[in-house]
Design a protein around this ligand. Structure first.
Ligand code: ASP
Length: 365
């Protein structure tokens, strides 16, 4: 399992604040964003230098688009949408244009989005012809009383809101057609042909402390019977909660649904935060009457990146223990942009107001 972290300014002010009375407010956390373009068996030896460079350039474009929104004071919701849309348009990824084909040779798209400020959420499953399923998911959130719409109903809803559509040939690529044919001819599983899953996602914390998460995918090659993966399921592939974190997942969806990966990570971080505050409070010196000289307040406390990473890795390990694989991107309330995966690679990137700006592919980067 891989994961890495870089502490950013103001991320963990707790212990400094512990003995400082009166309480000082936590420094503004700045902004932070992480993106992914899918996890899977991504090995250096299987990538040409041109492919490697093309993926890095595409990830950088998406990361820059999201970071620009946050740098200009925009919201986390707008930032993740700005990051996801170029990847939906890019045939390198399994979302929007370039998505994988179903058993019947069609393209059925899934997407979801969640606003960590209010925990409002929107999702669409099994839609065809929608250029940006992430926009449609957001419309479901903002313009309907529902969280999830599927199939032709979702498409009718899209039409009534003038969402942009494209013809089937715009979405379909030769690479994905060949993968489906190979799967059928050689009786392979989706995992054999989808060695790189290719789903896209983004998570962000904006300068106002609000978080958002979004995920968009074509699912898995050769899917049938209306199969839906984790990507459009709030709590499995996507979750955002200002009290803890924002998560977007990629991988073998069935396992991510069973573990409830995205919400499980947020819940674990929320409880870990509580446990660390309690531990910090227990370390505060007592006065002569045995009363703590200082009360640790949540507003001045933050989890360290390594603490959050432990919780995230534990959830990915749980997916692995059931036999699943994949990865997640996470931004915590403190602004740590983190990754975890149990695959050999994940297309990914992250940027922060503290100056981090990087993209990566392989697990050892
Ligand atoms: N999680 C997606 C699904 O199962 C696939 C992926 O991440 O590429 O539909």
């Amino acid at each position: 399992m891989r994961g890495f972290f870089v502490p950013i300014a103001a991320a963990s002010v707790a212990l400094l604040a512990l003995f400082a009375a009166p309480a000082t407010a936590q420094d503004t956390p700045g902004w932070s964003i992480a993106i992914h373009g899918g996890a899977g068996t991504i090995a250096r030896e299987n990538m040409t230098p041109e492919q490697d460079a093309a993926y890095r350039a595409a990830l950088q474009r998406a990361l820059d688009a999201g970071a620009a929104v946050l740098r200009d004071g925009g919201s986390a919701m707008d930032a993740i949408q700005a990051a996801i849309e170029p990847m939906e348009d890019d045939a390198l990824f399994n979302a929007g244009r370039g998505a994988v084909l179903t058993w019947d040779g069609d393209i059925e798209l899934d997407a979801s989005i969640m606003d960590g400020r209010t925990r409002d959420a929107g999702a669409v499953a099994g839609v065809t012809g929608i250029r940006h399923p992430i926009d449609l998911a957001r419309k479901v959130m903002t313009d309907s009383p529902h969280v999830m719409l599927a199939g032709t109903g979702a498409e009718a809803f899209a039409a009534s809101h003038q969402l942009e559509t494209m013809p089937p040939e715009w979405f379909e690529t030769t690479r994905r057609r060949e993968a489906l044919e190979r799967m059928k001819a050689e009786q392979l599983s989706a995992l054999d042909v989808d060695i790189k899953f290719g789903t896209v996602g983004a998570v962000a914390l904006d300068a106002d402390g609000n978080m958002a998460a979004g995920t968009s995918t074509g699912g898995m090659t050769g899917k049938r019977w209306g199969r839906i993966g984790d990507a459009p399921i709030i709590g499995a592939g996507t979750y955002a909660d200002n009290r803890s974190c924002a998560v977007s997942a990629t991988g073998w969806g069935e396992f991510f649904i069973r573990v409830g990966v995205a919400q499980e990570i947020c819940t674990r971080l929320r409880y870990r935060f509580r446990a660390e505050i309690d531990a910090a409070q227990a370390r505060v010196p007592l006065d002569e009457e045995g009363i703590p000289t200082y009360l640790v307040h949540a507003s001045e406390f933050g989890l360290e990146a390594a603490q959050a990473q432990e919780e995230i890795d534990a959830v990915i390990a749980d997916v692995g223990s059931l036999g699943g694989d994949g990865g997640v991107i996470v931004v915590t309330r403190e602004g740590h942009p983190l990754f975890s995966m149990n695959t050999s690679g994940m297309y990914r990137g992250r940027a922060t107001s503290a100056g981090m700006n990087e993209v990566a592919i392989y697990d050892d980067e």
